[in-house]
Design a protein around this ligand. Structure first.
Ligand SMILES: NC(=O)N[C@@H](CC(=O)O)C(=O)O
Ligand SMILES: [Zn+2]
Ligand SMILES: [Zn+2]
Length: 346
């Protein structure tokens, strides 16, 4: 039995670092585990231009301890009014790595998101011309569509026509949760379609949200689906699909915002991200495929060099803290109070 695993330094291709005091708290754990991270732009106000992204990047770097080797990769939040010239300038100057499509009102801080793909057609034209990836929160917002069907319906109604209209556009299906999304990624291995998968969607199904009572800490978007979907997504990940990569979607919210009559969506996993995934690969007898998922597939999709250096994990119990941050106002991590089977060796 393998008890120690050394892999190339991994990247997290979907992270929410927030801002202010929260940024100072959550940036160091992500930087401890990962060489780079795609930083989501859904601040309020959102990061919609080059100047805002440069300023945010500087705040992220300032939140890290001296000497930490971590590169935040910035994204541009698309709105109906995004200027294609600004997107192009940001990408060509190395500030923007990608653009993020939030359908308006699909998730946290998406009120300024896109109301129709037609409104961003000139932006998508520019992006496909320069090879800039589009990162998609892939859920429709039509209130007539059941919340558990919103991802699958998005593939049919939005993603498929968009890929036909912009035949060279590279797209990452973020935080996939369904058999339909996993199949779509597996059917499109050619380098045009990528997908990220969170730790929670490999571990929990929708029962976790209602286990003995309402469980706000198991609530994120896209919401966890029924067991057959978890199994399908997990099989694609631990089966070694080369266009599926690590993206935690670590999304911290203060406990009072989670435990509310209208609780926020988001699960915080940054403290133990690698350990959560390692446990999944180990359970599926797929530890030999963990490095591809964590450290290679994403970089290859984005056309970035693989990281130098390594991280090591060992098979040893790791207690997930009950809370992150002292006092009444804190963040509750994913699987708080549980013991994981792997731990990163510093
Ligand atoms: N995943 C979540 O449930 N929440 C994210 C937004 C997102 O990634 O959709 C957040 O910013 O809190
Ligand atoms: Zn999202
Ligand atoms: Zn997210």
């Amino acid at each position: 039995m393998l008890d120690r695993l050394t892999i190339r330094r991994p990247d997290d291709w979907h992270v929410h670092l927030r801002d202010g005091a929260m940024l100072k708290a959550v940036a160091p754990p992500t930087a401890r585990q990962f060489g780079r991270a795609i930083v989501m732009p859904n601040l309020s106000p959102p990061v919609t231009d080059v100047a805002a992204a440069e300023a945010y990047r500087a705040r992220i770097l300032a939140a890290l301890p001296a000497g930490v080797n971590f590169v935040p990769l910035m994204t541009c939040y698309l709105t109906d009014a995004t200027d294609p010239a600004e997107v192009r300038r940001g990408f060509e100057s190395g500030v923007f790595t990608a653009c993020k499509l939030y359908p308006a009102h699909a998730t946290t801080n998406s009120a300024h998101g896109v109301t129709s793909i037609a409104h961003i057609a000139p932006v998508l034209e520019a992006m496909q011309a320069i090879g800039m990836p589009l990162l998609v929160h892939g859920e429709v917002t039509d209130p007539a569509v059941d919340i558990f069907d919103r991802e699958a319906v998005f593939i049919d109604r939005v993603l498929t026509p968009m890929l036909a209209d912009f035949p060279a556009l590279k797209v990452v299906m973020e935080h996939i949760t369904t058999a339909e999304a996993a199949a779509f990624a597996l059917d499109n291995p050619g380098g045009r379609i990528g997908a990220t998968v969170t730790p929670q969607h490999l571990v929990i199904n929708r029962n976790a949200i209602f286990a003995g009572g309402l469980r706000p800490h198991a609530y994120c978007l896209p919401v966890a689906k029924r067991e057959a979907h978890r199994v399908a997504v997990r099989a694609a990940v631990t089966g070694g699909a080369r266009n599926i990569f690590l993206g935690t979607d670590t999304a911290p919210h203060m406990v009072e915002a989670k435990l509310s009559a209208c609780g926020c969506a988001g699960i915080f996993s940054a403290l133990t991200a690698l350990e959560l995934y390692a446990e999944v690969f180990d359970q599926d007898d797929a530890l030999d495929r963990f490095e591809g998922f964590a450290s290679e597939n994403g970089a290859r999709f984005y056309g970035l060099p693989l990281n130098e250096g390594t991280v090591t994990l060992e098979r040893a119990p790791l207690d997930v803290p009950e809370q992150f941050g002292a006092g009444e106002s804190h963040v509750v991590p994913f699987r708080a109070g549980e013991t994981l089977a792997w731990r990163m060796v510093d």
